[in-house]
Write a protein that binds this ligand. Structure first.
Ligand SMILES: [Zn+2]
Length: 415
């Protein structure tokens, strides 16, 4: 048996495990709470085991971290921490059950044991300050310390929300930096609260700190990157991310979203300002748009623009609320359609930036959709074709988006 403390909480809390010793010591038997067992090979754990069990020479391998993990083209990182379940209100659509459903999917499809856990450490204050004001950080701290409350009618805090929010940001930073450094091939941060509506000086739209913006800023500042693309396919426009980078020529922000819809921003004409002119691409979709419109705007507009930009890293704000079953919006994507986009984004990263792509969870409020869509995304990150879509399509005709496409071609000089 191996001490439980060499495993990250994300694994320990959900699985009991045993390790076979001897020559098969790299094989691990997992036992989940339903007493189902399955075997897996976890290279990160293997190295930790070597350190722990026979003290071989991996001198820089810190206990319980994956920082010096050797590069491997097939390694996909996963950020998760149980603290993300404690930021919750049962009557609010953005509640813990969203993440519980996704974790159930990882168990059901035996995905968790194939992923490399990345610890969700708390972001340092100087990292939050890359994007947010000190006033906002103090406001989140004090509302949590008081036991919780509301920042606005949509956006709540509990006593655990500050801890959850700083770990969401810290986990995504470390996953992103690990991918940039080649320690991991790609990854997905299953974090809550989400981030893309959060503005520099205020939480908004269920979001407290803007996780993807903080990770992008850390990558620019700490790793010296000069061109990052952020793709945001959440059904809502990521007004926070746009506001943070609209003057920054180093970040191309691409959003597809229902329009008009919450939060009201995201018109085609919002294309960036000052030195950032041309580095915001908004692809607004009228209610009722489905997979056809989604593929069309990405194929004809977003992908050519991303190729021109030549990113060194692609970050993805993954919101699954564009699905036809989602209760908070009126687009009609299917699980298959969303997954086709995800696969093409992974392929684009392979083509343009040695596969460096990092997903972070934003919205999505139908639990069955979340479970399957997130599992499908992990299969895509693992370069596997497995796609689950038992929900099918709504079978209603889509609006024509030719006008939007024509406008975008002109505005972004793609003709
Ligand atoms: Zn959303």
């Amino acid at each position: 048996m191996l001490d439980a403390d060499v495993l990250p909480e994300s694994i320990c809390n959900r699985n009991h495990f045993q390790v076979k010793t001897g020559i098969l010591c790299t094989r691990i038997i997992y036992k989940n709470e339903h007493h189902a067992t399955h075997e897996g090979y976890k290279p990160w754990l293997y190295i930790t085991m070597l350190n722990t069990l026979d003290n071989r020479s991996y001198p820089n391998m810190a206990h319980g971290t994956q920082q010096n993990f050797p590069p491997n083209d097939n390694t996909t990182g996963l950020v998760y921490d149980p603290i993300f379940l404690e930021h919750t209100k049962s009557t609010h659509p953005e509640n813990r059950e969203r993440l519980v459903s996704i974790l159930d999917g990882l168990d059901e499809f035996h995905l968790q044991e194939r992923l490399i856990p990345v610890r969700a450490r708390p972001a340092e204050e100087h990292e939050l300050l890359l994007v947010h004001t000190q006033h906002q950080i103090r406001r989140v701290q004090s509302l949590s310390r008081e036991g919780g409350g509301y920042f606005d009618p949509d956006t709540y805090a509990t006593a655990s929300s500050y801890d959850a929010a700083v770990r969401a940001a810290g986990g995504l930073i470390d996953l992103t930096l690990s991918v940039i450094r080649g320690e991991l091939h790609n990854g997905f941060a299953l974090v809550r609260p989400p981030g893309h509506h959060a503005l520099p000086d205020r939480p908004m739209g269920f979001c407290i700190f803007n996780n993807v913006a903080i990770a992008a800023q850390a990558a620019l500042d700490r790793e010296g990157l000069s061109r990052i693309v952020i793709i945001d396919f959440d059904v809502h426009h990521g007004n926070g991310t746009q506001a943070i980078f609209e003057q920054d020529p180093r970040v191309l922000y691409v959003s597809s979203h229902q329009y008009p819809h919450y939060p009201g921003t995201g018109a085609v004409t919002e294309t960036g300002t000052g030195e950032g002119a041309g580095t915001i691409l908004n692809m607004p979709l009228p209610a009722g748009c489905g997979d056809g419109a989604l593929m069309r705007v990405y194929s004809e507009i977003a992908f050519p623009l991303v190729r021109q930009f030549r990113p060194e890293l692609i970050l993805v704000s993954a919101g699954y609320d564009g699905h036809w079953k989602d209760p908070l919006a009126q687009l009609s994507f299917t699980l298959k359609g969303i997954n086709t986009l995800v696969e093409r984004l992974v392929a684009l990263a392979d083509e343009l930036c040695e596969g460096r792509i990092v997903f972070t969870l934003e919205g999505g409020y139908d639990l069955a959709v979340l479970k399957l869509a997130a599992a499908n995304t992990f299969f895509a990150l693992l370069h596997e074709d497995e796609v689950h879509d038992p929900l099918g399509a709504p079978g209603i005709p889509e609006p024509d988006v030719s006008n939007v496409v024509a406008q975008l071609i002109t505005l972004h000089n793609l003709a």
